[in-house]
Ligand binder design. Structure first.
Ligand code: FES
Length: 257
C-alpha cells in the first residue's frame, strides 16, 4: 500500500510543461516561514531565561505582558498570548498558499502536478477549520492596538520621562508593519464592505466604501506586508533581547539604562 502510494507520487509529482524554475518560490518561502516558526518558538520558550524587556522596551512576542504572581518562574508568559498571532498567521490566506505549496505540495506551484489524486479544497474537515480566520482577525485588531500602546510607551522612561531611543523607533516600525499586514487582511476587507451590493445608498455605506478602498491599498500588497511584518517581529525581539542582555548598547536620550 505504501509502495503504491509512493509510486503514484513519483508518477504525478512535479509533472509540468513549465520551463521556468517554479520550485524556487516555494523553496524560499517555505524555508523563510520555517525559520521564523523556529525562531519564535525558541524565543518564547527561552523567555524567562533570556530577558525580553529593558527600560521602556518590551519584545512584541510578549506584548501585552501577562505575568501573574501564580505563574511558575519557568513558564514563559509568551505562551499566554502566542495563540493569537500564531492563529492569525497560520490561517491567513497568504500563508495558507505558502504552506500548502511548500509543505503539502498541494500543488507545489501553478500548473505543476501534485501528489494527491483528488482535491477537496477547504470544504472538508480538517481544512474547513481555516474559516476560523475571521475570528482571529478580530483578535489581531486588538493586538494591533496593544502593540501601538507598547510603541508609544517606549518613548517614556519611568522616572525620567519623555525621550527616544533606537528601540523606540524599532518598536514603532514593528507596530506599523503589523498594522499594515492586518489592514490588508482579506477577511477584514470583506467584513468592512465586501458583502454590500450597493456602496452609495446611505452615508454609512459610503463610509464603509471609503474604508474598503483604504484597506484595499494594503490588501494589494498583502504578501509584502506579511513578510515585512513577520521578519520585523523577529528582528524587534532580537534587538530588545540583545540590549536587555548586554550584548549591544541602545542609543537613547535617557540616563538610567
Ligand atoms: S488574509 Fe492574511 S491576514 Fe487575513
Amino acid at each position: 500500500m505504501v509502495a503504491d502510494a509512493m509510486s503514484a507520487l513519483q508518477r504525478r509529482y512535479g509533472k509540468t510543461h513549465r520551463k521556468d524554475r517554479w520550485w524556487v518560490e516555494p523553496l524560499l518561502s517555505g524555508g523563510g516561514l520555517a525559520a521564523f516558526l523556529l525562531y519564535s518558538t525558541v524565543a518564547v520558550v527561552v523567555g524567562p531565561n533570556w530577558s525580553y524587556e529593558v527600560g521602556p522596551y518590551l519584545s512584541p512576542m510578549f506584548e501585552p505582558l501577562i505575568r501573574p504572581d501564580w505563574l511558575p518562574r519557568w513558564f514563559s508568559p509568551g505562551f499566554l498570548i502566542l495563540w493569537a498571532p500564531a492563529g492569525f498567521r497560520t490561517t491567513c490566506y497568504y500563508y495558507r498558499r505558502t504552506y500548502y505549496r511548500s509543505y503539502f505540495l498541494s500543488p507545489p506551484a501553478c500548473a505543476v502536478a501534485e501528489p494527491a489524486a483528488t482535491y477537496s479544497g477547504e470544504s472538508k474537515f480538517p481544512l474547513i477549520l481555516q474559516n476560523v480566520h475571521r475570528y482571529f482577525m478580530y483578535v489581531a485588531l486588538v493586538f494591533n492596538v496593544l502593540l501601538w500602546v507598547g510603541a508609544v510607551k517606549s518613548y517614556w522612561m519611568p522616572g525620567e520621562g519623555l525621550g527616544i531611543g533606537v528601540g523606540s523607533i524599532v518598536m514603532t516600525l514593528n507596530a506599523f508593519f503589523l498594522m499594515m499586514y492586518s489592514l490588508g487582511c482579506h477577511s477584514l476587507r470583506h467584513w468592512v464592505a465586501g458583502g454590500l451590493n450597493s456602496f452609495s445608498r446611505t452615508p454609512i455605506r459610503r463610509l464603509r466604501r471609503k474604508a474598503w478602498e483604504i484597506f484595499t491599498i494594503a490588501n494589494e500588497k498583502h504578501r509584502m506586508w506579511a513578510w515585512t511584518s513577520m521578519i520585523f517581529v523577529g528582528l524587534t525581539d532580537l534587538y530588545i533581547r540583545l540590549v536587555a542582555n548586554g550584548v549591544i548598547t541602545d542609543i537613547h536620550t535617557w540616563k538610567s539604562f
